[in-house]
Write a protein that binds this ligand. Structure first.
Ligand code: KIV
Ligand code: ZN
Length: 528
């Protein structure tokens, strides 16, 4: 058996995709879960890209142990300085530096000659080695690069001290046999390659990222890079859960072992989806909500006789319970006990009582108590509950018909209650208009989704509202947006809770301020 290292870049390549921006707290929450999943390397960010990202990498490096924490840089000394600064207190720091090596990238993007690129690559690795011993080098767009040039670059950067060589298919152009052949070629033709870890990094533009990564691994790569749920630039990165389960399901024939705890896959996928606000498509392999459902009569009959007729993975193996339990302030002790048991906690009745009391306090302050929160409660740690300046006190909505839909909303803003009504294209639109007017905030709803997270007519609905403060005003899509979440059996209320949650997040970040009706009246010179 050979060991395959799993390199997660959800927080870097995943985060740099359309519509996703994570703050340091959110990145940390995901990083902690990645440790539970058992990944070997967490690429925590690109420190030179913003002070916020530098801070997120710094906090992950300082707080997350037992895993290598990696930071990305271009082959530029100032980027490497930012990585070194961010990784100062990390237990096992890695700098991931590199440059594009394909003719199209060198000529059109970098406007540099191959000789200049080679010089920059070697200098970057040498410079990074001044700060850390573990330096990974990437040749961006390696798949479309000239083989002879790749050979020179890889040989030279290994001599300069690179410990890992990343061979990306940056634009997702390869087919599995071609990508596998590239990895074999590198191993056979570059003598220095046997001294380093060889990493595969694939994008999914032709829907082949998982297949390409597996082909590269089969050819001899010893590290795979990817993201949870396959999030990432354009069509995304390799979905790590797919590679992990493909290898796990055929572990004998691959002859590969990994340090992954597959039972944490579902929880990691759900957490990433919840924190990024990017829903997991229902038909997504391994983690989609339909991945373990059987709808046709013939299939159901087969599964009832023997589940292995149509199931190659047991949902429980990757951490899905057959019935998902979502905890809110309406949940009773029974649901809490079942959820804790599902998470592996066996508590005495007295302990359940005390956890339940704390749980209710948290549930009153948060619309949805996460597994992370519950684990913190059980371990007696404080749960970070943001002070919510805006609270939804009541909501009445009508769907309209001949006249347009309407909603009457009562909000508590900084301790005072305010009521307003609005009409809209539907009851959700009407509720959002009323909330926006009551808060006096300038926010644009840039995305909204609703799904059932339990089954049956009384299912719990989870709404996700993405808000941009002040509207996008032509700014990059997604930059600065926040995601709010609400859970309730009443889906209009879940939607209003999601909107209010997003407003509270913007307030907590100091990105907007509320001007409730009293303040609005004063500003208009009418007095209160
Ligand atoms: O896809 C790519 O080439 C990358 C590198 C920056 C590693 O993400
Ligand atoms: Zn990439």
């Amino acid at each position: 058996m050979r060991r395959l290292y799993v390199f997660d870049t959800t927080l870097r390549d995943g985060e740099q995709s359309l519509g996703i921006t994570l703050n340091a707290d959110q990145k940390l929450e995901i990083a902690r879960q990645l440790v539970r999943l058992g990944v070997d390397v967490i690429e925590a960010g690109f420190p030179a890209s913003s002070p916020g990202d530098l801070e997120a990498v710094r906090r992950i490096g300082a707080e997350v142990k037992g895993v290598a924490v990696c930071a990305l840089s271009r082959a530029v000394r100032s980027d490497i300085d930012a990585c070194a600064e961010a990784l100062k207190t990390a237990e096992s720091p890695r700098i991931h530096t590199g440059i594009a090596t394909s003719p199209i990238h060198m000529e059109r993007k970098l406007r540099k000659t191959p000789e200049q690129v080679l010089e920059m690559a070697v200098d970057a690795v040498r410079y990074a080695k001044r700060f850390v011993s573990d330096v990974e080098f990437y040749a961006e767009d390696a798949f479309r690069s000239d083989r002879e040039f790749l050979r020179r670059v890889f040989a030279e950067v290994i001599k300069a001290g690179a410990t890992v060589i990343n061979i990306p298919d940056t634009v997702g152009y390869a087919s599995p046999w071609e990508y596998g052949e590239l990895i074999s070629w590198c191993l056979e033709n570059i003598e220095e390659m046997d001294r380093v870890t060889i990493s595969v990094h694939c994008h999914n533009d032709l829907g082949m990222a998982t297949a390409n990564s597996l082909a590269g691994i089969r050819a001899g790569a010893t590290q795979v890079e990817g993201t949870i749920n396959g999030i990432g630039e354009r069509a995304g990165n390799t979905a790590l859960e797919e590679v992990i389960m493909a290898i796990y399901s055929h572990r004998e024939s691959y002859g590969i072992e990994m340090g992954i705890n597959i039972k944490e896959i579902a929880r990691t996928s759900q957490l990433v989806s919840m924190v990024t606000g990017v829903p997991v498509p229902p038909f997504k392999a391994i983690v989609g909500s339909n991945a373990y459902s059987h709808a046709s009569g013939i299939h159901q009959d087969g599964v009832l006789k023997d589940r292995s007729t149509y199931e190659i993975i047991k949902p429980e193996d990757v951490g899905f319970a057959s019935n998902r339990i979502v905890l809110t302030n309406r949940s009773g002790r029974h649901a809490l006990k079942a959820k804790l048991a599902e998470m592996g906690y066996a508590l005495s009745p007295e302990e359940i009582d005390s956890v339940y009391k704390k749980f209710l306090e948290v549930a009153d302050a948060k619309s949805h108590v996460t597994d992370e929160d519950l684990a913190a409660i059980v371990q007696g740690k404080p749960v970070h509950v943001r002070e919510e300046r805006v609270k939804l006190k009541s909501l009445q909505a009508s769907t309209g018909g001949v006249v347009s839909a309407s909603a009457v909303v009562v909000l508590e803003i900084d301790g005072a209650a305010y009521e307003d009504g609005a009409t809209g294209a539907g009851p959700v639109d009407a509720a959002f208009r009323a909330i926006r007017r009551l808060c006096g905030v300038d926010v644009e709803l840039v995305d909204y989704s609703l799904r059932a997270i339990t089954s049956g007519a009384d299912a719990l609905g989870e709404a996700v509202a993405r808000l941009a403060p002040g509207g996008r005003n032509g700014s990059a899509a997604g930059a600065g947006d926040v995601v709010g979440r609400g859970v309730d059996r009443d889906v209009i209320k879940a939607s209003a809770l999601a909107f209010v949650d997003a407003v509270n997040k913007l307030l907590a970040a100091g990105r907007i301020d509320v001007a409730p009706p009293a303040a609005q009246a004063e500003a208009a010179g009418r007095g209160v």
